[in-house]
Design a protein around this ligand. Structure first.
Ligand code: F6P
Length: 320
């Protein structure tokens, strides 16, 4: 019998975490469960930083990026001592289940903690990188892509006007999803991602040939895990003698008002996570699969994501 659950946000924040918190709190209350909010992710569980959230605790947050619960990356939770302290908090506050809103690292921790201490944990997939295996869409990815795309559209205006080559760095240390999505939607000429080796000489060869044929501007998107915009821009100038500029979009991609899509999936996933605990299920992450709310076991979710990057990549190249 579930009487009290706790919700936490961990790892990198993603726009839409707040609507997810709102859904967990209000759907929990509608089902006569008390919901506690844990501050700063696992750190808050270790250090007893948590409080009961009321209906009105989550008023007005639906349109806000970030997370009202704060978030952190918490190496202390990888230690035995950290985990024991977190479990003591779970016992002390009679928490019957945890809703963990986050990405890969968060689910890895929840999977281990849940099994070791027999604490029911469910996940809500939230990551701008959209890198959860078995899940098509995570909370925040759509917002981040649209933020990056708005910047790229602006850059295209100046790139075209001044006839320049721009290298634009987007987030994604291990995953090129944002880079591919914005390169396609932004009509960019080239994209470099961590999952695929790239050939700068070939790109420069194409630029020089295009330039001789009258092409005046390029936008090259690079995911941060594939290289840095500034270095790549310098190399392109060295190899082509053409003027380049570089822009690093950085953390602006993590903030901002969640899009309707990021909010809607967050609200649905929040409900699904609470339902899962109510049914006595655990150890799974919820996300959008084939357009619907679905879950995958944590063990699957934390594996390296398989996605059809070749399909998007070749479409970008074909349409250039
Ligand atoms: O949350 C994912 C992410 O934004 C990655 O795309 C990026 O590489 C990383 O987090 C940056 O992390 P931090 O904000 O800790 O520097």
């Amino acid at each position: 019998m579930i009487k009290r659950i706790a919700v936490l946000t961990t790892g990198g924040d993603a726009p839409g975490m707040n609507p997810a918190i709102r859904a967990v709190v209000r759907y929990g209350l509608a089902n006569k469960i008390e919901v506690m909010g844990v501050f700063r992710g696992w750190w808050g569980l270790i250090n007893e930083e948590l409080k009961v959230l009321e209906h009105r605790s989550v008023s007005g947050i639906i349109s806000q990026g970030g997370t009202i619960l704060k978030t952190a990356r918490c190496p202390e939770f990888e230690t035995k001592e950290g985990q024991e302290r977190a479990f003591n908090t779970v016992k002390k506050f009679a928490i019957d289940g945890l809703v963990v809103i986050g990405g890969n690292g968060s689910f890895t921790a929840a999977h281990l903690f849940g099994a070791k201490y027999n604490v029911p944990c469910v996940g809500i997939a939230a990551s701008i990188d959209n890198d959860i295996n078995g899940i098509d869409y995570t909370i925040g990815a759509d917002t981040a892509i649209n933020t990056a795309l708005a910047a790229i559209d602006n850059i295209r205006d100046t790139a075209t006007s001044m006839e320049r080559i721009f290298v634009v760095e987007v987030m994604g240390r291990k995953c090129g999803f944002i880079a591919l999505a914005v390169a396609l939607a932004g009509g960019c000429e080239e994209v470099f991602i961590p999952e695929k080796p790239f050939d700068l000489e070939e790109a420069c060869h194409n630029i020089v040939h295009g330039n001789l044929a009258g092409k005046i501007s390029w936008i090259i998107v690079v995911a941060e895990g594939a290289g840095h915009a500034e270095d790549i821009a310098k190399k392109i100038t060295e190899m082509t003698s053409l003027e380049t500029r570089s822009v690093t979009l950085g953390h602006i991609q993590r903030g901002g008002r969640p899009t309707a899509f990021s909010r809607d999936i967050a609200l649905n996933l929040g409900k699904a996570a609470v339902d899962c605990l109510l049914k006595g299920e655990k150890d799974k992450a919820f996300g959008i699969v084939n357009g619907h709310v679905a879950s995958v076991d944590f063990a699957t979710a934390i594996k390296k994501k398989e996605f059809n990057l070749e399909g998007i990549y070749s479409l970008i190249k074909t349409l250039t």
